[in-house]
Design a protein. Structure first.
Length: 540
């Protein structure tokens, strides 16, 4: 076991994802902003997380709520300005928090000056910064590639007589990463943010950066199950438009840059890749810790919430990662239904114990710590273009305003956010920070206990993992150990009491965290788990 003080920060921290639009509105326009976030840094620092991942704040026409970037080196006035962002970096650092920003590498907004130039005419020096292609003889798109958000991935540009590629919306043209000028321009963007003090990047859509230069058609999908049902896009095997083998040398270059631009403090590359096989996912760590520091691991989100299935995912991660690679887990994001909506409140508590005691960097999605749930947004009130284009696939439900208090607009904003953005979930009367802070049995108290324990326990931060076979049915038990320190984690996924005689090495210990407020009790040989109970036990 390596010495933990030599480990990079991103191995021992807990990340917290902030969907900026929905976190805290300071200027009263109904939309979350940087000033609002600044005001909540104290909350985040005392929560016990150590890094913030901030979704896009760049100038944007907001067709994809900031993931359509019109200027990578600026702040959209809706969110604040550069000096507020600088203050945020300073305040975060002052409070021991790292700042990871979202960088969308795959595409820009159609309003980005690069694309405005590119579409002017075929001779424009920026033409080749995007992916343009001639129509087929019959005028149809160059191939059968599909947009994730529905329809063809190609948009016809009448004036210049060619199609351009957009993996997402037509307002989000794909950059041509095979052009060295594009790569250089994006490195320049990263230098800018690193100089400003940013500690790492969530590299959005990293999976899509390189495509087949021959633009070959994708074959139809194999009958094997897709990651999740996202409509026609799932009906193709994405052989040629994503996960291209040339991603590996590109990731090596990006990693080399992140490690060496400020060698005294290497920056993190945390890459977004969906729908990969395990082998493909692990391949993006590189051959020798030389590609992404961590490809984000969404696998627990797409797994049936059962003890055996969850254990299988964890042990797949444990067995497939080389010794030098570091695991990570997330149970929610702004692109997916919320955790408690998927598994229910009681199991949401089990999930919290799991996430914060596994070996690997956890990422908490804002509001998860109070058990926020998805809100049903009627189609006519939907904001997310994906949902508007493909009913049922909208992501608004998981993006409603953060619930700070039981009072008006959940103290998210002085204005009613429904008029400008999304409504506050009516469950904020119970599900909110202020009420939960003072209740010992609340979800928030459970998160705070777990975060405090993790931050102060080497075995949970960096210790080994071992799955334990003596767990009763529907339960998942594991051991985390570092030197002489040993922790037993016992999770009951069943809605029934489970009883288990503990083998000798495991039957003496003190309960440090329980989903059922059984802290400070000693284990006495026989472990009885209440229904939906999770425990963290320090073994003697
Ligand atoms: C990233 C974001 C997602 C967005 C997509 C396309 O994957 O997570 O919210 O829609 O990029 O821009
Ligand atoms: Ca605002």
């Amino acid at each position: 076991m390596p010495n933990s003080h030599k480990l990079p920060w991103w191995r021992t921290n807990v990340n917290y994802q902030i969907y900026l639009r929905s976190f805290k509105d300071a200027n009263g326009d109904g939309i979350g902003d940087l000033q609002g976030l600044l005001e909540k840094i104290d909350y985040l620092a005392t929560l016990g997380i150590q890094a913030l991942w901030l979704t896009p704040f760049y100038p944007s026409p907001m067709k994809d709520f900031g993931y359509d970037v019109a200027d990578f080196k600026m702040v959209d006035p809706l969110f604040g300005d550069l000096s507020t962002l600088e203050q945020l970096v300073k305040k975060a650092h002052h409070n021991g928090l790292k700042l990871i920003t979202d960088l969308i590498l795959n595409h820009t907004s159609e309003a980005h000056p690069w694309f405005v130039d590119s579409r002017k005419d075929r001779k424009n020096p920026k033409r080749d910064w995007y992916i343009w292609a001639d129509p087929k003889a019959d005028g149809t798109p160059p191939n059968n590639w599909l947009s994730v958000f529905g329809g063809s991935a190609w948009e016809w540009d009448q004036p210049s007589g060619q199609y351009y590629l957009h993996t997402f919306l037509k307002e989000q043209p794909d950059l041509n990463w095979r052009n060295p000028e594009v790569k250089e321009a994006m490195l320049e963007v990263m230098r800018f943010w690193i100089d400003l003090g940013v500690d790492g990047f969530r590299l959005g859509c990293a999976h899509h950066l390189l495509k087949d230069p021959q633009l070959q058609d994708n074959p139809p999908a194999k009958p094997s199950h897709p990651r999740k049902d996202i409509g026609p896009y799932d009906m193709q095997q994405h052989l040629h438009d994503k996960g291209h083998p040339d991603l590996h040398p590109l990731f090596r270059e990006l990693r080399h840059f992140l490690d060496n631009y400020r060698p005294e403090f290497p920056r993190l590359g945390f890459g977004e890749l969906h729908g990969c096989s395990w082998e493909e996912w692990v391949s993006y760590y590189g051959q020798n810790d030389d590609e992404l520091h961590m490809p984000i691991n969404f696998n627990l989100m797409n797994t049936p919430w059962k003890a055996t299935a969850v254990r299988e995912v964890v042990e797949r991660v444990e067995s497939i990662l080389p010794d030098w690679a570091w695991p990570n887990y997330a149970l929610g994001s702004h692109d997916d239904p919320r955790l408690v909506t998927r598994v229910g409140e009681a199991q949401g508590r089990i999930a919290a114990v799991l996430l914060l005691t596994l070996r690997g960097t956890p990422t908490i999605y804002y509001g998860e710590e109070i058990g926020m749930t998805d809100m049903e947004i009627p189609h006519e009130r939907e904001q997310d273009t994906w949902g508007l284009r493909m009913p049922g696939l909208g992501r608004d439900g998981a993006r409603t305003p953060m619930q700070w208090s039981p009072r008006g607009n959940a103290n998210f904003s002085p204005a009613d956010p429904e008029k400008y953005w999304l409504p506050v979930n009516p469950n904020h009367h119970e599900v909110n920070v202020a009420s939960q802070l003072i209740r010992t049995e609340s979800m928030l108290t459970l998160y705070r206990r777990l975060l405090f324990l993790r931050a102060n326990t080497k075995a949970l931060q960096v210790g080994s993992y071992q799955g334990l076979d003596f767990a009763p049915d529907d339960c998942y038990f594991y051991l985390r150990a570092h030197r002489s320190e040993r922790f037993l984690v016992a999770l009951n996924f069943a809605d029934q009491v489970r009883e288990c005689p503990l083998p000798e090495q495991f039957n003496q210990g003190l309960i440090l965290v329980s989903t059922h407020e059984r802290e400070e009790k000693n284990l006495a040989g026989n472990l009885v788990l209440e229904k939906n109970e999770g425990l963290v036990v320090k073994l003697q």
